[in-house]
Design a protein around this ligand. Sequence first.
Ligand SMILES: Nc1ncnc2c1ncn2[C@@H]1O[C@H](COP(=O)(O)OP(=O)(O)OP(=O)(O)O)[C@@H](O)[C@H]1O
Length: 262
Amino acid sequence: MPAMLEVKALRHRFGTGPGAHTAVEDLSFTVEAGELACLVGHSGCGKSTLLRCVAGLTRPTGGTIRLHGTEVDGVPPELAVVFQDYGRSLFPWLTVAGNVEFPLRSAGLDRRERASRARQALDWVGLADAHRRFPWQLSGGMQQRVAIARALASRPALLLMDEPFASVDAQTRFELEDLLRRVRREQDTTILLVTHDIDESVYLGDRVLVLSSSPASIVADLTVDLPAERDQITTRESAEFVALRGEVARLLRHRAVVGEAS
Ligand SMILES: Nc1ncnc2c1ncn2[C@@H]1O[C@H](COP(=O)(O)OP(=O)(O)OP(=O)(O)O)[C@@H](O)[C@H]1O
C-alpha cells in the first residue's frame, strides 16, 4: 500500500541564470496515515517552499510528490492548509461559522451538511459558542482556532501547517499545541507541520524531520519516543525530551556550520 504522502527527490529552484536560487534540493520523505510529522529548520531554509510544493500551490522544478500514490498536480481536494497569518486567512465580513463553511461550498456540500460540519469542527476546537461572532471580535489564538476548525471541517486526508503558532503569545501557543495533539488524536488526522522552533517540533511530533540550511534537504528523521499524553511542564522537563531537543539542536547547528563553509 502506498504511503499517505511520498516526497521523492524534490527540488525547487526560483528563477534562472545567475540570480537563480535553489530553495529545496534532493529532498525525500514519507508520512504514514495518522502520523504527526514535524519538519524543523532554520528561518529561510526552504520550509514554506517545501510545504507549498506539497500543497500543489508551487510546481516543483524536480522530483515527485504523491498523495495516496497519486502524483500531486495542482491543489488536491483531500488536503487542507493552515498558515501562520490567521489575521489574513480569515474573511472579516463572514462570521466564524461562515468562515468555517466557506471551503465546503466549493466542495459542493448542501447547506445543512455545511452547517453541521462547521458546528462539529468548532466544537472540536472549543469555539461552539462563538459561531455567530466575527473574526475581529476574537483574540489571535481564537482566530487561529477558527482557521484550524475550517481546515478540519473539510475532513482532509492530510493537514499541512506552516508555522501555525508563530504569531501568538507563548501561553496561547502552549494551549494551541495541546489542542492540536488532542484534535489529531480524536479525529485521527494526518498532519505535516513545519516550524523553526525545536521545542515545538519535539513536543508535537511523532517524528521530527530535520532540515539542512538552504537549500533544504532532510538531514535526520527522528522518532519521538515520548508518551502519547503530553504535558507542557512535565514532558518538557523529562530526560527524553531534553535529550531529543539537544540532538535536534546539534543537527541544526552542525548543518548551519557545514552550509556556511560550503
Ligand atoms: N518567490 C521567490 N523568488 C525567489 N526566491 C524566493 C521566493 N520565495 C522564497 N524564496 C527564497 O527561497 C528561500 C527559502 O524560502 P522559504 O520561504 O521557503 O523559507 P522558510 O524556511 O519558510 O523561511 P521562514 O522560516 O523565514 O518563513 C529563501 O532564501 C527565500 O528568499
